[in-house]
Design a protein around this ligand. Structure first.
Ligand code: GLC
Ligand code: CA
Length: 597
């Protein structure tokens, strides 16, 4: 029985809807989503039951990593709009009773940011120390080598780039064009806070999703990473450079500013499987971040040496459930808080990864996951397109050349280099993994309707008689079958079900948002059976989910397992399948929720 008093706060029971500007809605027909497009859909978003929107980077950027390479924090990427459009978006969001969060990308900038241009200009530039510069190392035979063996997060190359002009290497944990800022420098930190945070807080934003939040403090000696991939000199090093020694000092400093504005935060926390370590970021007492995105669930099935070094669905249901248990455990008996999410702009579609995206199953799969998420504790995040059950683009109708993301294309090129451009077997294996896990799936333009050009991505411009440019990424081949318009008024649609789930979650917030989670059958390969217990006694809920394409029987768990002295009644309160709930039976991908009395 839990004894902690779990503070109830608005952002804990909020639903956050994430928007990827390039792919959400194009208002002017140039094939690129934009801020006026987002504004035009605010009523739609509010109608889902959303409390907060989170906008992925809309800042000025050369777009090497889709805006996560920022060249000016205080301006907007022109194809998306202007600072004035942002002000309108902020006001219009508030006018609908919602709040708005921006993406805070401050581990690195673009190499086109004026700070980096100055830094790289010469060794004695006043901004030299704003980034991480190191001299070369040399092998016994005199070959020039980077300062350590860290691999960049994209592709298979080094995390260091040699600068000819000043004859030193700079560090980039991500793309070559994303140099890491030097957080050891106090003046740099002050400039980061002013430019990236206060500029926007002063304009009314309500919080930030904080990109790669645990990478700012590097271990001072920059030690080599252990060798896990002997085929290459560069090794995955996340476990070395994440969670460095000064992380909490930096976050405390940052929080002094955020606090002034009452801003909320959710940090992206990769490479941190240890719950006690996670807690240091989200314990209320610590005053660092309100919540974080742990990676345990979305990393399920990914390769060990490289995320794509795997085959589709390379996991078991117990693996998936164990990962969920780990993130749910974060709040058990603590003052920390958790998040619930299966998708974001870095993940493939959850229906394809965790259920079955064949036409006969995908609607059921989407509803099953919606029901599951609605019953998990933490702040709920929904990614654009998830609410209509979008699936990955199919392999047959979306060739590998259509994938534009730097992460997938660098991997594919690496495989070509390693195994030869004519090695069909290896290339096909890589394509299989990309078709299953690539970030591109989340970035395909949203199909607003199935009838007009390009899935209705630029429908307003088309209606206004404008000539349309093809979207920046090829449209979804299934736009005719899965789109917003066809679901808006269909009571059996995935969209209608998501609305229902978000209402249901709100109505039973004590249990569903704030309750304690207990997996009753962690080893079960087909069913996910869990209870949610209230922190202070009272009814509990039982959730049973069938993750297979077959009908399954289940047994009512014993009173002891349910944590009660006797079960007088199981009252069905929610179900994915219309019709009468049959206790003890589940159809393919059916989910049921009961109040235990
Ligand atoms: C985060 C973002 C991702 C980006 C990376 C580098 O992981 O979510 O999209 O590529 O940081 O900024
Ligand atoms: Ca546009």
């Amino acid at each position: 029985m839990t004894v902690t008093v779990r503070d109830k706060l608005w952002w804990k029971q909020a639903v956050v809807y994430q928007i990827y500007p390039a792919s959400f809605c194009d208002s002017n027909g140039d094939g690129i989503g934009d801020l006026p497009g987002i504004i035009s859909k605010l009523d739609y978003i509010a109608s889902l039951g959303v409390d907060v929107i989170w906008i992925c980077p809309m800042y000025d950027s050369p777009q090497v990593d889709m805006g996560y390479d920022i060249s000016n924090y205080e301006d907007v990427y022109r194809p998306y709009g202007t600072v004035q459009d942002m002000e309108t978006l902020i006001n219009e969001t508030h006018a609908r009773g919602m709040r708005i969060m921006l993406d805070l990308v401050i581990n690195h900038t673009s190499d086109q940011h004026s700070w980096f241009k100055e830094s790289r200009a010469s060794k004695d530039s006043p901004k030299r120390d704003w980034y991480i510069w190191r001299p070369a190392k040399y092998s016994p035979s005199g070959e020039r080598l980077p300062p350590n063996n860290w691999r960049s997060n994209f592709g298979g190359g080094s995390a260091w780039e040699w600068d000819e002009q000043t004859q030193e290497y700079y560090l980039h944990l991500f793309a070559t064009e994303q140099p890491d800022l030097n957080w050891e420098n106090h003046e740099t930190r002050k400039a980061i806070y002013a430019s990236s945070m206060e500029f926007w807080l002063a304009r009314g934003v309500d919080g930030f999703r904080v990109d790669t939040v645990n990478m700012y403090s590097k271990p001072p000696t920059l030690p080599d990473a252990p060798i896990v991939d002997p085929e290459t000199p560069y090794q995955p090093a996340g476990m070395i450079y994440c969670n460095g020694p000064r992380m909490h000092e930096f976050l405390t400093e940052m929080n002094l500013i955020l606090e002034k504005y009452g801003a909320i935060t959710v940090g992206e926390l990769p490479c941190t499987p240890d719950t006690q370590r996670v807690l240091r970021y989200v314990s209320a007492k610590a005053k660092q971040l309100n919540m974080v995105f742990q990676f345990d669930v979305v990393d399920v099935g990914m390769g060990k040496t490289h995320k794509f070094a795997t085959r589709p669905k390379n996991y078991t249901l117990p693996d998936f459930k164990a990962a969920i248990d780990l993130t749910q455990a974060l709040i058990r008996g603590t003052d920390g808080w958790s998040t619930v999410f299966l998708e974001n702009h870095d993940q493939a579609r959850s229906v394809s990864r965790f259920t079955d995206d064949r036409p006969e199953y995908r609607v059921r799969g989407a509803k099953l996951l919606a029901l599951m998420e609605a019953c998990l504790s933490g702040t709920q995040y929904v990614y654009q397109g998830q609410e209509i059950g979008l699936v990955n683009v199919p392999k047959e109708s979306y060739p590998v050349d259509n994938y534009l993301d730097i992460d997938s294309s660098l991997y594919y090129n690496m495989v070509k280099e390693r195994h030869g451009a004519d090695n069909k077997a290896e290339l096909d294996k890589a394509f299989d993994a990309i078709q299953h896990l690539a970030r591109d799936h989340a970035r395909v333009p949203i199909p607003w309707n199935g009838k007009t050009k390009y899935g209705g991505f630029s429908e307003a411009a088309e209606k206004a008689g404008k000539e349309l440019q093809e979207p920046w990424m090829k449209p979804h081949p299934l736009a005719g079958e899965i789109n917003v318009a066809s679901q808006l008024h269909d009571p059996d649609s995935v969209l209608a079900f998501w609305r229902k789930m978000l209402r249901f979650r709100r109505e039973h917030a004590d249990l569903l948002v704030y309750g304690d989670f207990k997996d009753l059958r962690p080893e079960d390969k087909d069913l996910f059976v869990f209870v949610k217990e209230p922190a202070h006694g009272g009814d509990r809920v039982l959730v049973v989910l069938n993750f297979t394409t077959e009908e399954k029987a289940w047994e009512v768990p014993s009173p002891a397992a349910l944590g009660v002295s006797e079960v007088r009644e199981l009252v069905p309160i929610m179900c994915t399948h219309p019709g009468k709930t049959r206790v003890g039976q589940l159809a393919a991908f059916e989910g049921q929720v009961y109040l235990v009395r």
